[in-house]
Design a protein around this ligand. Structure first.
Ligand code: CIR
Length: 267
């Protein structure tokens, strides 16, 4: 059992230093790649914000062979009582699993592995107080999602399958948990059955990428690029930490992707 008071109470996180190869990160549309310096600057501020929010941050070394390896959220899923090694849906990212495995085996007593041939990316997985939601997407298939449900149940949790809107990379690209009762979503997910039991805050049209926020303890990390969403969150009473995401967005990433977070009972 976790002693955390909520699914977003975290005292531990893993991040990975960006590699210079991050400029070659995967992207659906090429709007010009990010610069290494730009990504590094956004990552440094993100790490500091996690620490300011009360999280102990472990920084893993860069992996030049894996341009997207800065997005540690995708190859694994972590909870207080165990971790699950996933199988990322992008072939160029498959090897990231083996790279993060030794760290997880050091930090967690139980490390499960998603059985082949299923695929699942951490970006499609939302941990909520009403169970874990797994969005099917181009990266997460039904075989992977069903196998993942079994792994989560072995750790004592519950999970169910949801749908990621077409053309959206990950389920959490378009939705995030804000608090125990509330999610922030794009209009494409506003009517999703998965969120029937939640209050929904819908991001304004034109600010879709703002739906990837990260709730950490009493603060909400949100992209500094979307002023109307920032204002809305502020209006709803959230303590917002605006963070720059202009560079990582060029390779389809947001704020949740850059860390694995959990509550460690031993701290
Ligand atoms: C990818 O396509 O895999 C990376 N360029 C972006 C990953 C973003 N990860 C996430 O949303 N969890």
């Amino acid at each position: 059992m976790s002693q955390a008071r909520s699914v977003y109470e975290f005292n531990s996180a893993i991040v990975r230093e960006p590699s210079t190869s991050v400029v070659d990160g995967l992207r659906a549309d090429d709007r010009g790649g990010p610069t290494y310096e730009g990504v590094k600057a956004e990552h440094d501020v993100y790490r500091a914000a996690l620490r300011d929010a009360g999280v102990n941050v472990t920084v893993l070394p860069p992996l030049e062979a894996f341009p997207d390896s800065i997005f540690v959220e995708d190859p694994a899923l972590v909870f207080t009582n165990g971790a699950i090694l996933l199988r990322p849906g992008a072939p160029s990212r498959l090897g990231e699993m083996a790279q993060i495995a030794p760290t997880l085996r050091e930090m967690f007593d139980t490390v499960l592995e998603l059985p082949a041939p299923g695929q699942a990316d951490g970006g499609d997985i939302m941990y909520t107080p009403k169970g874990v939601l797994i969005g099917l997407s181009a990266r997460t298939d039904r075989t992977g999602a069903e196998a993942l449900i079994s792994c989560i149940e072995r750790l004592g949790g519950t999970a169910r399958i949801a749908e990621t809107p077409k053309g959206v990379l990950h389920f959490k690209t378009a939705s995030s948990l804000l608090d125990d009762e509330t999610v922030i979503v794009t209009s494409a997910l506003a009517a999703a059955a998965a969120f029937d039991d939640f209050r929904k805050i819908v991001v304004p049209d034109g600010e879709e990428a703002a739906a990837n926020i990260l709730r950490v303890n009493d603060v909400v990390f949100a992209s500094a690029n979307y002023p109307r969403t920032l204002e809305m969150l502020d209006h709803h009473g959230y303590k917002v930490v605006p963070l720059k995401t202009a560079e990582i967005e060029k390779i389809d990433a947001g704020l949740s992707c850059m860390s694995l977070r959990w509550y460690d009972n031993r701290r």
